[in-house]
Design a protein. Structure first.
Lengths: 118, 118
């Protein structure tokens, strides 16, 4: 089992460009969570998705950020028109179940994508 | 809203000795889950130990143990017989109980950077 795979590992974008971050959950996991880690900070929740559904996007900035988890393929976190303040490490985690199942099985985190905006 | 505070930005320990990392949290809930995660330079978030608030017994995983003081809302991590491979950023995290809303979210502290000196 390859674990949670995130790519790219490092991404450099110029201000105004788009950033696309990909996350492939562990095999058998249908729940995906995205977190952002700003410099010198802990991880902060952004969004929770199931296949084809956004369950909770309360931690996502209202503008420029979007996330999806299609029926086939990885989950994508998209940041449009990036600014310097978007520079951070973005982590994806997955679980086999949501709700109480998360308590039971916990998350598995990926190694993150470090986005640098220049 | 729950908050998690790690008051020690950095700690150091001699190899083979014991170190304790502090964590306090604020919540109005009576049942919840607490975690310590390790983040080595590879950025991978690794679960070290978890504690259910309804359990009075402190969790232990090999050289890692916690001192859970529910009334004081304190959750410290003790690392015994420290090894060079323990050097990492350590994050304390809180999760709401299964019966509550948003029970899939983790709230993290800002982290403590642990250095292990040979």
């Amino acid at each position: 089992n390859a674990g949670v795979m995130q790519n790219p590992r490092h991404l450099v974008r110029r201000r105004g460009q788009e950033a696309r971050l990909r996350c492939s959950p562990m095999k058998g996991h249908s729940h995906v969570y995205w977190y952002r880690q700003l410099p010198e900070e802990g991880l902060k929740f952004m969004v929770y998705l199931q296949k084809e559904n956004i369950i909770d996007e309360s931690g996502m900035p209202k503008e420029r950020f979007s996330a999806e988890f299609p029926k086939e393929g990885p989950s994508i976190l998209r940041i449009q028109q990036v600014v310097r303040g978007d520079s951070a490490a973005y982590f994806c985690a997955s679980s086999p179940l949501g709700g109480p199942g998360v308590i039971l099985y916990g998350y598995t985190f990926g190694s993150g994508t470090r986005l640098t905006v220049v | 809203a729950q908050t998690v505070t790690q008051s020690q930005p950095e700690m150091s320990v001699q190899e083979a000795e014991t170190v304790t990392l502090s964590c306090t949290y604020d919540t109005s809930e009576s049942d919840y889950y607490l975690f310590w995660y390790k983040q080595p330079p590879s950025r991978q978030m690794i679960l070290v130990i978890r504690q259910e608030a309804y359990k009075q017994q402190n969790a232990t995983e090999n050289r890692f143990s916690v001192n859970f003081q529910k009334a004081a809302k304190s959750f410290s991590l003790k690392i015994s017989d420290s090894q060079l491979g323990d050097a990492a950023m350590y994050f304390c995290a809180y999760r709401s109980p299964a019966s509550g809303g948003s029970n899939y979210k983790l709230t993290f502290g800002k982290g403590t950077l642990l250095t292990v000196n040979p």
